[in-house]
Design a protein around this ligand. Structure first.
Ligand SMILES: [Zn+2]
Length: 178
């Protein structure tokens, strides 16, 4: 067998992250996704043994969901920073809703629900978009292990931030007559 054929055989067994599928897929001969998405939308070249399934990224990133404004910039996902003004906006609506009756409470609940839904979407996409940037030097297993540390650390940090926000809104502001 010629070396050229060996290389061609290897090409058939590579996997990468497809942004369209939001998961790691087996690449075709031309580098495209098995679902037909172009090679430009796929990052990483994981070499698979014969019949080996491609590794799977975590399905949900808790730290990206709870702390998108910290997790995002730390992983080159600057869209995460957008959540800081979003949460401040939701917070200000919740605060002013108290004096606005039912309509105010509906608006406040809506603002919180929309922000939570967007954060959940970010959490579902975060592992793929984040790993994509470092796929040439971080394996899927290393990425998953690192994100478990982020997840464990994000819960107390989010709890402290939420507690501080509640304390600010229910104790500090009323004490100032606001
Ligand atoms: Zn695809």
């Amino acid at each position: 067998m010629t070396p050229g054929l060996d290389e061609a055989r290897l090409e058939l067994h590579q996997a990468g992250f497809c942004v369209f599928c939001n998961r790691i897929v087996v690449r075709g001969e031309d580098g495209s996704c098995e679902a037909g998405h172009p090679a430009e939308g796929i990052a990483g070249r994981i070499v698979l043994a014969d019949g080996q399934e491609p590794p799977a990224l975590p399905r949900f990133n808790l730290a990206a969901f709870l702390l998108p404004m910290i997790w995002g910039p730390a992983h080159g996902q600057w869209a995460g920073a957008v959540f800081l003004p979003l949460w401040l906006f939701a917070d200000s609506i919740v605060r002013s809703a108290a004096g606005m009756g039912t309509a105010g409470r509906v608006a406040a609940a809506g603002a919180v629900a929309v922000t939570l839904a967007m954060a959940a979407f970010f959490g579902r996409r975060a592992d793929g978009l984040g790993w994509r940037r470092v796929c040439d030097r971080v394996t899927v297993d290393e990425w998953a292990a690192r994100q478990r540390v982020w997840a464990v650390a994000s819960v107390p940090v989010a709890a402290v931030l939420l507690g501080a926000a509640v304390y600010f809104n229910t104790v500090i502001l009323p004490a100032r007559g606001m």
